[in-house]
Design a protein around this ligand. Structure first.
Ligand SMILES: [Mg+2]
Length: 381
């Protein structure tokens, strides 16, 4: 497995745009992958884990003309069932061969080849899929969001507060509010949940809105009791995400039907088929689309079409990932009125790449340069 070259060996692709549909120089001639680890500003704590870094696998596809497309496998063993070693093994086992020699602009064919190359391994597939979309946009000379059908160049996101003591959360909420965030995502785990929400509301001040993510921590009965209590106290909670275990769709449906607060399915929904089942059971009001769960921008199109047809709202979410994967999700979020939940750039100490998305307060700014706008690996140090 080739490892990504050092930063100095990778340069921004500045080749002329599209030549011809059959040009050999347009075809993908190499696929490289390598692990990255990026430290966080502070530990990220949820109901199921605590970590002080984001770990993933970066993927780079290159055409014969030297243009590069970038992707990232933002895996999580508890969500996608993958590890860095597994992602690289899946690339070696078939994903690399699925794209080598293909024209990136044959997106439908390439997405089918990626989907059928290996079973599962959705974050590995997403990395290849996103890298090919990035390369296709560069060959056309347009930003990735334009290839996907969007024209907006900025989106606004919430920012996540990790699980912590109420007084610490209150201070953190005040700090984030002073940075311009009006929407705070709050991780809860079944301990002091209402006290934490009150502390965040009081710390953040009037006008703040909260999105609660229990990461499967509650039983349906606990969820109904807690969410009803939030409503009775008039806490400014605009949605509750994955209150119960992922496999308990009937329990999720019970919660959705017995509370007024909108319920968002995350771990319970990965693919377009899952969206259909969520809709059939009335199990949620919204579904959380993450490229690492569904397998990339190609499968995301089916997911979004089904969600829209079923009348479900959509949140575009992210794993604990770097600017590469989050950037692709931001380009997708810019294509419609989806709810962006894309805060990794605010949690990581630095980007592993130069170019691509940047932040301006709570806004994520998308580049106007071709593709993802990623130029090269960031300089070390
Ligand atoms: Mg979640």
């Amino acid at each position: 497995m080739p490892i990504l070259a050092v930063a100095s060996a990778l340069t921004m692709d500045s080749k002329s745009p599209i030549r011809s549909w059959q040009d050999e120089l347009m075809r993908i001639e190499s696929v490289m992958a390598g692990r990255i680890t990026v430290p966080l500003h502070r530990p990220f704590v949820t109901a199921v884990r605590r970590t002080d870094h984001a770990e993933s696998v970066l993927v780079q596809v290159r055409d014969a003309d030297g243009r590069c497309g970038w992707g990232e496998a933002a895996h999580n063993p508890r969500v996608t069932g993958e590890t860095s070693a597994g992602v690289i093994a899946a690339i070696d086992a078939g994903l690399r061969d699925a794209v080598l020699g293909r024209e990136p602009l044959d997106l439908a064919g390439t997405c089918r080849a990626i989907a059928s190359a290996v079973h599962g391994n959705t974050s590995a597939k997403a990395a290849l899929d996103v890298a090919v979309h990035d390369l296709a946009a560069r060959q056309l000379g347009v930003p990735l969001r334009v290839l996907l059908g969007g024209t907006r160049s900025t989106i606004s996101t919430d920012v996540t507060l990790s699980i912590g003591d109420p007084d610490v959360l209150g201070e953190e909420a005040a700090r984030r509010r002073s940075e311009g965030f009006d929407v705070l995502k709050v991780k809860l785990d079944g301990h002091d949940d209402l006290q934490r929400l009150r502390a965040i509301r009081d710390g953040a001040g009037p006008g703040v809105r909260m999105r609660v993510d229990a990461n499967q921590a509650w039983t349906p009965q606990e969820a109904i009791r807690l969410i009803t209590a939030m409503e009775d106290e008039d806490l400014p909670v605009e949605l509750v995400e994955q209150p119960v275990p992922a496999s308990d769709l009937r329990g999720l449906a019970r919660v959705t039907q017995q509370v007024m607060t909108p319920i968002l399915a995350d771990e319970s929904v990965r693919t377009a088929s899952d969206v259909i089942e969520i809709a059939r059971l009335g199990a949620a009001d919204l579904v959380n689309l993450k490229l690492a769960k569904c397998g990339g921008l190609g499968p995301a199109r089916a997911f979004l079409s089904v969600a829209e047809a079923c009348g479900l709202g959509v949140v575009i979410g992210s794993m604990l990932e770097s600017h590469v994967a989050c950037g692709a999700a931001a380009h997708l979020a810019a294509t419609c009125d989806y709810v962006p939940d894309l805060d990794p750039p605010y949690l990581l100490r630095h980007s592993p790449v130069a170019g691509g998305i940047r932040t301006d307060g709570p806004s994520i700014v998308l580049p106007d340069t071709p593709g993802s706008g990623i130029e090269r690996l960031a300089d070390a140090g």
